[in-house]
Design a protein around this ligand. Structure first.
Ligand code: CU
Length: 164
């Protein structure tokens, strides 16, 4: 191995170590990191879902207020929960607070984006564009990657899954 190559390789390894949390498919918005947004295959006219983890490295809480998309009629923020042994879901019309220094997982069985009345079918490998609107007035445009199973290393909810 030539010496310049060895130095270049060392630099690449150092960069990888310096940013252990940055992964392909992550988005940054100020102190927020939106990790591995994904969706599931669905037919046109049906409802889709959206999952991700939102981390807040800042010193103040941030609220995800609403979500917009051009790919469907509308998007609602839902939370699934077991109530007396029955899986239910509730719209979070006040949004979801991402605590300072914390993170919230949108994952099967818990919080999720409910994408109502898809305009087109979404298949594995396709991207569904959504805009996350936060209370500090800032917007993050992210693409949900359509896949069959949660991303590797992603946070899974422990709650049993429900289907819409
Ligand atoms: Cu739902």
């Amino acid at each position: 191995m030539s010496r310049p190559f060895a130095i270049a390789l060392a630099a690449i390894l150092a960069a990888a170590v310096a940013a252990p949390l940055a992964q392909a498919g992550d988005y940054k918005l100020g102190a927020l990191t939106i990790r591995q947004p994904w969706s599931r295959p669905a037919q046109a006219g049906m409802n889709g879902v959206g999952f991700m983890t939102i981390a807040n490295a800042g010193k103040t809480p941030v609220t995800l207020q609403r979500v917009e998309t051009t790919a469907a009629g509308s998007v609602e923020i839902h939370q699934s929960a077991m109530v007396n042994g029955v899986m239910t879901m509730r719209e979070q019309d006040k949004g979801v607070v991402i605590p300072a220094g914390g993170q919230v997982a949108f994952a099967p069985g818990g919080y999720h984006l409910m994408i109502l009345s898809l305009k087109a079918a979404q298949g594995v490998g396709q991207k569904v564009p959504v805009t996350l609107v936060f209370d500090n007035g800032r917007k993050a445009q992210v693409d949900l990657t359509v896949q069959l199973t949660p991303p590797a290393g992603g946070q899974a909810s422990t709650a049993p899954e429900h289907r819409h």
